[in-house]
Design a protein around this ligand. Structure first.
Ligand code: F6R
Length: 356
């Protein structure tokens, strides 16, 4: 039930610290003891990440981590594109789906099996067709998600996937066991970081809301792993508000999209505090953009006029800006509520997409 929450999305956003805590407690023990229980697959030389929408974004975060920590290359493919996309022979397939019933994902699963790929599934539904048919399953333990927009399952997929990554790297010796254990222990700080992000977003986002409602389009920017979060923020905003949102790697702005930016254009930055991000913010700010910086502890913000910052604790650096997704979800939801949208049931969308 909703309890005191105005909608399921609000409730599911607030549940994220608890979901993270449950997932980390469930999996980190077995990883710390050196072995992934039912995971007897060889360490892959390449990984193919497959999913749709938010699940694909979670998969991109996980694969990026595998590449950064373990130097294992990857390709991320939309499930609907897999048939016409060549895959690397012998690549391990990591298939993510909250529902485990998405038609595009199940078709992709057949294609992957047909090409001889072993499949590790990351899903929130243990009884799903995906869970039944994959070679190994990582459960997300997020509890039922009612809001059509995925929120807590994204966090659960990222953390579940992170546990898979640490387990693979620890078992294989690609990351020295002691270091893998330190990384697992770092995860204990994630629930607090997510709770802090909820508090900071609640305090700060109402201040930008009025400016945001007046705009008709939005630009999201990020760098490195932050780029994936920018994509996720733009996706959430589109589906909930029915307004246009673009997401770009910050450095790509000057190669075209900068032409969109004019006085008052909202630019939402997943801010890594780098000098390069600082330069991008200065560039859009000089054109009168309304900047909201998410991250906010870095060097970019204080130096420039008064862009608004949702200041997040930067506790687990190697994991990337996971807590920023909370601020991005809250921006999309608050804006949608201000515009009178039904945030739990956005038009034209379904929770489980069972047609191709
Ligand atoms: C966005 C959203 C969708 C789903 C996508 C895949 O908020 O919910 O993009 O992520 O339809 O669904 P699953 O994960 O069930 O395969």
């Amino acid at each position: 039930s909703l309890g005191l929450y105005p909608d399921f999305m609000a409730k599911e956003i607030e549940q994220q610290p608890d979901v993270a805590e449950r997932l980390i407690t469930t999996w980190s023990g077995s990883i710390l003891h050196g072995l992934w229980p039912s995971f007897s697959l060889p360490v892959p030389r390449h990984v193919t990440v497959v999913g749709c929408g938010t699940s694909l974004n979670a998969g991109r975060v996980v694969a990026d981590l595998l590449a950064r920590l373990g130097s294992i290359p990857f390709a991320a493919v939309e499930a609907s594109e897999l048939t016409s996309t060549a895959t690397v022979p012998g690549s391990l397939a990591l298939v993510l789906s909250q529902s485990g019933e998405t038609a595009d994902v199940l078709t992709a699963l057949d294609v992957l099996h047909g090409r001889g790929h072993a499949v590790v599934a990351l899903t929130n539904n243990p009884h799903s067709a995906l869970a039944r048919r994959a070679e190994a399953v990582m459960m997300c333990h997020a509890g039922p998600e009612i809001g059509v927009a995925a929120t807590k399952t994204f966090v659960a997929q990222v953390l579940g996937g992170t546990c898979v990554v640490l387990s693979l790297l620890g078992c294989s010796g690609a990351v020295e066991q002691q270091r893998a254990q330190r990384l697992v222990r770092d995860l204990d700080r994630v629930p607090d970081a997510l709770a802090q992000a909820i508090g900071a977003s609640r305090r700060t986002i109402p201040q930008v809301l009025e400016g945001l409602t007046k705009a008709s389009g939005y630009v999201f920017l990020g760098r490195g792993p932050g780029r994936i979060y920018a994509d996720e923020g733009a996706l959430k905003l589109k589906e909930l508000t029915y307004r246009w949102a673009e997401s770009h790697a910050a450095g790509e702005l000057k190669h075209g999209p900068l032409a969109l930016v004019e006085h008052g254009t909202p630019v939402i930055v997943v801010d890594d505090g780098s000098a390069r991000m600082h330069a991008t913010i200065a560039e859009v700010s000089a054109r009168g953009a309304e900047i909201t910086s998410i991250g906010g502890h870095g060097t970019s913000v204080p130096a420039l006029g008064s862009p608004l910052a949702v200041a997040l604790d930067t506790t687990v650096d190697w994991l990337g800006p996971l807590a920023s997704v909370v601020a991005l979800q809250i921006i999309a939801r608050e804006l949608a509520v201000a515009l009178g949208r039904d945030v739990d049931k956005p038009r034209n969308l379904a929770k489980s997409v069972t047609v191709e």
